[in-house]
Design a protein around this ligand. Structure first.
Ligand SMILES: Nc1ncnc2c1ncn2[C@@H]1O[C@H](COP(=O)(O)OP(=O)(O)OP(=O)(O)O)[C@@H](O)[C@H]1O
Ligand SMILES: [Mg+2]
Length: 250
């Protein structure tokens, strides 16, 4: 496999302005297939904005995004899910009044190819089987019939990740998945992200530097909308610019 085939997500010159603010400023990244690539940076660095650009929630004012070599710039979120780019949100993305099982079944259902809607029974069975497998896998078996809104924060986050996986994505992008979690839930979630990374490429946007260092093969640092550094965790941690801009800011 040559190196171009090995890049699953790429941005070239990606930029967006909010009024006079360059929230994301000419950012190039190339995410290698497999494992975890992390994007870190201090508050307001542009991480969530970058995530929103890549996942189609907002449109860039400049630059391009490629998924598996195919340009996806400006493609809306729901189309991206069907193309294999899955995401989970900083703000919860569940249907709180539906059960855990129903949330998963809907996520699996919505992403079946349209042609299968001619066979509603078969389609429903497939979605149901997928939901059952995910419930087990994410340790939510005893909560399957509870309303998602009644779960603990950590369980909701676990369910969110399961929902993001319901469509068998090629790449999963997570924006601060452990935000607001207890120490134990954070450890559980990190373990889960590590497990998932064995079968799917993950881009992890994180604030917790220790989680990132432990999990990632590559770390990309954003500061003031720009890419400041990129490389293996230890090299990035040792980088002087990073220490000043990121660690120095905390
Ligand atoms: N919709 C918007 N309109 C105007 N300014 C925005 C908007 N969204 C974000 N910003 C600004 O863009 C900059 C980058 O914000 P962003 O949320 O991307 O940072 P972040 O790196 O995710 O920060 P955090 O670590 O706090 O999550 C900030 O200065 C923010 O105030
Ligand atoms: Mg953010």
């Amino acid at each position: 496999m040559n190196s171009a085939d090995d890049i699953v997500l790429e941005t070239r010159g990606l930029s967006v302005n909010f009024g006079g603010l360059k929230a994301v400023d000419n950012v190039d990244i190339a995410v290698r297939r497999g494992g975890i690539t992390s994007i870190i940076g201090p508050n307001g660095a542009g991480k969530s904005t970058f995530y929103n650009l890549v996942t189609g929630a907002i449109r860039p004012t400049g630059g391009q995004v490629f998924l598996d070599g195919r340009e996806i710039t400006g493609t809306p979120t729901h189309k991206l899910s069907a193309m294999g780019l899955s995401r989970s949100f900083q703000i919860t993305n569940l249907f709180p009044q539906s059960t855990v099982f129903e949330n998963l079944r809907l996520a699996a259902h919505a992403l079946e190819p349209w042609s299968l809607s001619l066979q509603p029974v078969g389609r429903a069975k497939r979605a149901e089987a997928k939901a059952e497998a995910l419930v087990e896998r994410f340790g939510l078996g005893s909560k399957a019939t509870e309303m998602a809104g009644h779960l603990s924060h950590g369980e909701q986050r676990r369910l969110e990740i399961a929902v993001a996986l319901a469509c068998d994505p090629k790449i999963l992008i997570l924006d601060e998945p452990t935000q607001g979690m207890s120490h134990t839930d954070t450890e559980d979630a990190s373990r889960m992200v590590r497990d998932l990374s064995k079968e799917i490429t993950i881009v992890l946007i994180e604030h917790d530097i220790d989680i990132v260092m432990d999990l990632s093969h590559t770390v990309i640092v954003l500061a003031q909308g720009r890419k400041l550094a990129e490389g293996p965790p230890a090299a990035v941690r040792a980088n002087k610019d990073v220490q000043t801009a990121y660690f120095g800011a905390h």
